[in-house]
Design a protein around this ligand. Structure first.
Ligand SMILES: *Cc1c(COP(=O)(O)O)cnc(C)c1O
Length: 361
């Protein structure tokens, strides 16, 4: 395998972010599930999360299997609603799952009995983001009570919400307060406290960090903030000075450096992916071609060059094209260029068989 492109994970920086974030969560009475799905649950990374998290949160049971084979015994929380066809593996591998369909939870109960296992469910409320979760909150409460009264191997761990994914809805005192209300009503009906009231993901940290988290939220499932702290700052204007933004670095190699026209020459049709594109004519400019493409990353334009004076012009399956006219650096084939990644590009990159992975101890 080639040395480049490669992803470098700085483990001391990762530990720093886990420590600083978990300190703040604990001070706010919030327990952490470490969402590791965005980095394909790599065991070397996952091991760093263990001292700071109650559960590891993932979305694919193949990754759960891999973690067990790597000897990791921590509680696993499955973030995607279970496919009925994967319930045997779910029960065998994971202690917690997010759920919204009573008939699926009944199937989990039956499978638990078959395997002589126990499993904890978190019922999801849809507070407007319109992905998973009960829209009808009376039905949620009723199903929670039925789980408590009728089931033996499945237990009700609590309730949760997901926001800011499909519907781009921001967590607020109102929607998270509503979740706490649902939890209180269930607790009153079943006569005990719920273990988990899970108020969302990275996007909910803003409320916690500004002291505005509704009382009663005691759990968050956080991935992005730990690996890609910069997203919070750049996209949500959050003060994240206590987090290191450079846990991950993508390194790619230059294969050509030339000055060329900035506007294509000839009759303009479609690009390699069938899209009509616009090109700005800025005259002759210096550009660098890198060996990294959409096969590796998908959204090449979302990469963020670390060096100043570089602009991403675009790319194709195997190439990334940079405008380097304003860069003060020396450019030559073989030069290694460093990039920051966001949530999407990191997810693609960790899934690419042609990007090697290195860990800085
Ligand atoms: C991915 C995911 C998370 C973690 O999201 P981040 O933005 O990485 O913090 C939490 N909950 C659910 C249901 C998810 O799918």
């Amino acid at each position: 395998m080639s040395a480049y492109p490669c992803l470098e994970f700085d483990l001391p920086k990762l530990r720093h972010n886990l420590l600083e974030l978990s300190k703040r969560c604990n001070a706010a009475g919030i327990r952490l599930a470490g969402a590791v799905k965005g980095v394909q649950s790599q065991p070397t990374l996952v091991r760093e999360y263990l001292p700071y998290c109650d559960q590891l949160a993932l979305s694919r049971l193949s990754q759960a299997k891999m973690l067990r084979q790597a000897g990791i015994t921590a509680d696993l929380l499955m973030l995607r609603l279970p496919m009925p066809s994967e319930i045997p593996d779910l029960v065998a591998l994971a202690q917690y799952s997010l759920n919204s369909q009573f008939r699926v939870i009944q199937q989990i109960e039956e499978e638990c009995t078959r395997q002589n296992k126990r499993h904890k469910v978190i019922l999801m409320a849809d507070e407007g983001d319109l992905r998973e979760g009960y829209w009808d909150k009376a039905q949620l409460t009723q199903d929670a009570v039925r789980i408590e009264r009728q089931m033996h191997a499945v237990s009700l761990a609590g309730v949760g919400v997901n926001l800011g994914c499909y519907g781009s809805v921001l967590p607020s005192r109102e929607n998270l307060g509503d979740l706490v209300q649902i939890a209180r009503e269930i607790e009153q009906r079943i006569g005990r406290k719920l273990e988990i009231v899970s108020g969302g993901a990275t996007t909910s940290l803003h409320l916690m960090l500004t002291g505005a988290m509704p009382e009663g939220i005691n759990h968050l499932r956080v991935g992005e903030a730990i690996m890609n702290a910069r997203d919070l700052h750049d996209r949500r204007g959050m003060n994240t000075d206590f987090l290191d933004p450079h846990v991950v670095t993508l390194k790619a190699e230059v294969v050509e450096v030339f000055s060329k026209p900035s506007h294509p020459v000839g009759e303009i049709d479609l690009d390699a992916f069938g899209h009509k594109r616009a090109y700005l004519d800025r005259g002759i400019r210096r550009r660098a071609l890198l060996a990294l493409g959409r096969q590796d990353l998908g959204y090449l334009e979302d990469l963020r060059p670390r060096l100043p004076g570089i602009q991403i012009l675009g790319g194709s399956s195997d190439h990334l094209i940079l405008d380097i006219e304003d860069s003060q650096e020396e450019w030559y084939p073989g030069k290694i260029v460093c990039f920051d990644l966001d949530y999407g590009t990191l997810m693609f990159a960790t899934n690419s068989s042609d990007i090697s992975i290195r860990y800085l101890e």
